[in-house]
Design a binder for this molecule. Structure first.
Ligand code: ZN
Length: 547
């Protein structure tokens, strides 16, 4: 105990010694739903948000124990601007002031103030604010980015203060939530893919089938039943231009999007293992350690709360359980999918370091990241180079296919063969030169022997012997250098030339739709430079026939 206390005191002293000051902005926005209301209600909503945030700030000031200072700077108010649009004047000004270091803390009533779409507000919450050392509090969502960052010395103190504040409310909310779940009411904020939440007060906890995707889900289960792999199903859905669940969700909410994204095998797996499709209500898969925490913990499957037959089934139980067996049987095969095709080939165009590929927290998608940035992001070196790995891979494969098509063109094919012939001639030439130099060295070595014999037989004197020896040895040296250089050249040319059957196989492979193996990929690609705007420069080992 004593040592814990000591550690705590140490941390506290350290904190006190660099007293922290938060310059606080309160950001207020009229949300979409409120826009339709009367002027009076609208202004009440603005006033309401302002006072919720300001009271919260006062609560913090009271509980700071003098350790943390809060300085309220200003309200930033966007009145009547849509949440989906980040070009809101007050929000822009807020960002500006953060960049100018006038603000390092933002309080909002709830996350929807930041933006109507989760992806965008998450981006701010998880990237933009932390990158600008700005603490963000979303009161109703119990999010405080600062108290969650791991390498934060005052986090325990903040947590302690918040805990007292929230404990009672949190208990009440949790209990109602659990009761509802146990009764089979759907408590999620958004219905799972394929199902729709009712939109009246009476039906908002009930699910019905989303007719637009019913057939897609049936199709996915059908293919799985035929033992198609997750990868193959994902590719099939992508090729059929079927929108991925998150994009479909957006269009359900009336948000038009031109984005097209690839299906991820893990998304397919999530669908195939979701009991919601046989009419069961499955909830309680995740929990938050506390309401203020945004970190989600996954609960083991046996502890999920399942209430049977709460809504219409899309898939019959027989099919569902057959598919579960198939998935289990093939699960060991899936693990290999983590072996990324482009591993080690992606290079940061800006700084020249390798990009690594990592999965995000819920392991659903993989992203690239510049290693240099990852390691030293504090020092403002390079940029994240964060791109969806699947998209990068797909675009690399497409570009290889394009490249390979060029070779199929017969005129180019001829030219390619000529190039190859030229290279072959060059190889022979080089080999001849090496041979010649090797012979020369042999000749010099013989001469050394001869002079040595001459010296033994007293045909030449000591001085002559020494100088002749020296001359011959340096000539051998020179010749050896020439050989080394020729061998280097030879290596380079030989690497560029590949034998014909092998080349044909590779071209065929890339023109078919199957995903190539890593080994054949390594044979034709030297490196892929990824620039921060997402463009790719692919360096081929094979020569472009158009050159
Ligand atoms: Zn970089």
């Amino acid at each position: 105990m004593a040592s814990i206390q000591l550690e705590f005191n140490k941390a506290l002293n350290k904190t006190l010694s660099n007293l922290l000051i938060f310059y606080v902005a309160i950001y207020v926005r009229l949300s979409k739903a409120e826009e339709g209301k009367s002027k009076e209600e609208q202004s009440r909503s603005i006033t309401n948000q302002k006072s919720i945030c300001f009271n919260y700030l006062n609560g913090l000031i009271e509980s700071d124990n003098g350790i943390i200072k809060y300085v309220f700077v200003d309200y930033y108010i966007d009145d009547g601007f849509s949440g989906s649009n980040f070009d809101r004047p007050a929000f822009q000004k807020l960002k500006d002031d953060i960049q100018k270091k006038r603000i390092n803390m933002v309080i909002i009533k709830d996350l929807s103030r930041l933006g109507r779409e989760h992806i965008e507000s998450d981006e701010y919450l998880e990237k933009w604010f932390p990158e600008h050392d700005t603490r963000c509090i979303a009161i109703l969502d119990n999010i405080d980015t600062f108290s969650e960052s791991a390498n934060n010395e005052i986090a325990p103190i903040l947590n302690w203060a918040n805990e007292r504040h929230n404990k009672e409310t949190s208990k009440k909310i949790k209990k109602t939530f659990r009761d509802n779940i146990n009764a089979g009411l759907y408590m999620g904020s958004e219905a799972p893919y394929g199902l729709i939440k009712g939109n009246t007060k009476e039906t908002k906890h009930q699910l019905t089938v989303d007719e637009e995707v019913r057939s897609i889900i049936i199709d996915i289960f059908d293919k799985a039943k035929q033992e198609w792999s997750l990868n193959k199903i994902a590719e099939y859905l992508t090729n059929k231009n079927i929108p991925i669940p998150s994009i479909h969700k957006k269009s359900n909410r009336g948000i038009k999007t031109k984005t097209f994204e690839l299906w991820d095998p893990n998304t397919v797996k999530d669908i195939l293992t979701n009991e919601m499709y046989i009419g069961n209500m499955v909830q309680g898969k995740t929990t938050r350690l506390s309401l203020k925490s945004k970190k989600v913990t996954y609960i083991p499957k046996e502890d999920w709360i399942v209430v049977e037959n709460t809504h219409e089934a899309i898939i019959d139980r027989d099919t569902f359980y057959i598919v579960q067996d198939i998935l289990k049987k093939n699960s060991h095969k899936q693990e290999n999918s983590k072996d990324y095709l482009l591993k080690g080939l992606l290079i940061c165009k800006e700084c020249g370091h390798t990009l690594s590929i990592q999965q995000n927290k819920n392991a659903k998608q993989s992203y690239t990241v510049c290693n240099y940035y990852k390691k030293y992001s504090k020092y403002d070196v390079c940029t994240s180079h964060r791109f969806n790995y699947r998209v990068v891979e797909k675009s690399v494969l497409n570009s290889i296919k394009e490249e390979c098509k060029k070779y199929v063109d017969s005129t180019n094919f001829e030219k390619l063969l000529k190039d190859k012939e030229k290279s072959k001639n060059k190889i022979n030439e080089t080999k001849l030169l090496i041979k010649k130099s090797t012979n020369t060295i042999e000749k010099y070595k013989k001469q050394i022997n001869i002079t040595y014999m001459d010296k033994l037989n007293n045909k030449i004197d000591d001085d002559t012997f020494q100088s002749v020896q020296y001359n011959l040895k340096s000539k051998i040296n020179d010749e050896q250098l020439i050989i080394n250089e020729l061998e280097e050249t030879l290596k380079i040319i030989e690497n560029k030339v590949y034998d014909e059957p092998n080349y044909k196989k590779i071209v065929e492979k890339y023109l078919s739709f199957e995903t190539p193996e890593r080994t054949s990929l390594l044979q034709i690609i030297d490196k892929i430079e990824v620039s921060q705007d997402g463009s790719l420069d692919i360096y081929y080992k094979i020569k472009t026939p158009y050159k």
